[in-house]
Design a protein around this ligand. Structure first.
Ligand SMILES: Nc1ncnc2c1ncn2[C@@H]1O[C@H](COP(=O)(O)OP(=O)(O)OP(=O)(O)O)[C@@H](O)[C@H]1O
Length: 302
């Protein structure tokens, strides 16, 4: 299967500051990738290289087999930069029309495309409004609409929900989730929970190096995980009872109310049911019963 993004040994420095060091990864069709890392890890630098705004010092990067920024990618790759801004002097619809025109659409087609993408982000009524008249969340949604213009096959979103309230962030997550069957996304965010819901591939950058690439599978045929969030603090009695269950490999207490159970499904295909029964019989309540580990647990081995 040919890769959508292919990065090999990508390095980039700014003076003596190394922003990326021999970063290699690929994104294949059907994958939605999360780019995670602490402040200064190199996420924006990597995005800028993928968008063709910056050139790497060394290494190779190809998108759909072409160099980032190349003419062949015109209309195929769209991006939402972290600090995307609209000109405060013009209506947002007019500016979206302009982006459509830049993609080669006729005036009429560009207007129709603006109508479509404004509806996607729930801003249909705001065609004529200037950016300065919109709230921060609405401006962010309008910027995201810009990335959906035309028919891009890859959309790079740098912190798409940063600064949004929970309702607006949910709206954007739902939109990305809905479109991810048709379009490939690469998304950077500090919100691990959000990325866990949206992405099936995780790239973890730290000090410019890719320290972990995990596909969000949840274990192997021999080893599966259950995460249990309890209503009350766990007790010796509860842990002793769970330790009796057939198939249990290990039990880890992450917090007073959170346990991760690793088990072998070949030894007990109904392990999850057995856990629920054990809780019910003993009158122990639970708030959440998650099949698998959370992304936070996987990345940071907590
Ligand atoms: N134009 C630049 N000139 C000098 N140093 C830069 C430049 N751009 C980035 N850097 C440095 O490169 C490193 C990576 O920065 P980058 O912005 O890519 O990180 P990031 O992971 O996007 O951070 P954040 O989460 O804070 O946005 C940082 O140490 C930063 O200071």
């Amino acid at each position: 299967m040919s890769a959508i993004i292919q990065c090999n040994d990508l390095s980039k420095s700014f003076g003596r500051k190394t922003a990326l060091q021999q970063v290699s990864f690929e994104l294949i069709p059907g994958e939605t990738a999360a780019l995670i890392g602490p402040n200064g890890a190199g996420k924006t630098t990597l995005f800028s290289i993928l968008c063709g705004y910056l050139r790497p010092d060394s290494g190779k990067v190809q998108i759909f087999g072409h160099q980032p920024g190349s003419h062949s990618l015109f209309g195929k790759v769209a991006a939402l930069p972290q600090d995307a801004q609209f000109d405060p002097a013009f209506g947002i619809g007019e500016q979206l029309d302009f982006y459509g025109r830049l993609q080669g659409l006729s005036r009429k087609a560009a207007r129709a495309e603006t109508t479509r993408v404004l509806a996607l982000v729930d801003l249909s009524e705001h065609y004529a409004h200037k950016a300065s008249a919109l709230s921060h969340g609405m401006r962010k949604r309008a910027a995201i609409a810009q990335a959906f213009i035309g028919a891009p096959q890859l959309i790079l979103l740098d912190e798409p929900t940063a600064g949004l309230d929970p309702a607006n962030a949910l709206h954007i997550r739902q939109l990305i989730g809905r479109l991810s069957g048709e379009v490939s996304f690469m998304i950077s965010s500090h919100n691990i929970f959000e990325l866990e819901q949206l992405c099936n591939k995780v790239l973890y950058l730290q000090l410019g190096q890719l320290s972990s690439q995990s596909n969000s599978d949840n274990g192997t045929a021999e080893q599966q995980y259950l995460t249990l969030q309890l209503e009350q603090d766990s007790s010796d009695g509860l842990i002793a009872a769970l330790n009796q269950l057939t198939g249990l490999i290990s039990l880890q207490q992450l917090q007073k109310k959170e346990l991760v159970l690793c088990y072998n499904p070949a030894q007990n295909a109904q392990f999850d049911l057995a856990v629920l029964q054990c809780l019910a019989v003993n009158g122990w309540g639970y708030r959440n019963f998650i099949k698998g580990q959370t992304l936070e647990q996987k990345l940071f081995s907590v």
